[in-house]
Design a protein around this ligand. Structure first.
Ligand SMILES: [Zn+2]
Length: 67
C-alpha cells in the first residue's frame, strides 16, 4: 500500500511520501526540530507522563462492583 500524501508533523505541510527524503518530515530541519522538542520535553510521551499520578476524585477506581 502506498500512503501517498503525508503531512509533516512539525510544520503540517503536505508532501509526497515518495518525494520526502526525511519522512515523515518534509526536511531535515523539521526532523531536528521534532527531535529537539522530544529532548527538551515539550512533547509529552503518550501513556507515560501524561497520566496524572495523584488520584484525586477517581470514582472509577474506588467504586466496587456488586455481583
Ligand atoms: Zn516540515
Amino acid at each position: 500500500m502506498n500512503p501517498g500524501r503525508i503531512k509533516c508533523p512539525t510544520c503540517k505541510r503536505d508532501l509526497d511520501w515518495e518525494q520526502a527524503r526525511f519522512r515523515p518530515f518534509c526536511s531535515e530541519r523539521c526532523r531536528l526540530i521534532d527531535l529537539g522538542a522530544w529532548v527538551s520535553g515539550q512533547r509529552a510521551i503518550p501513556g507515560d507522563s501524561a497520566v496524572p499520578q495523584d488520584e484525586t476524585g477517581g470514582d472509577e477506581h474506588s467504586s466496587k462492583r456488586d455481583m
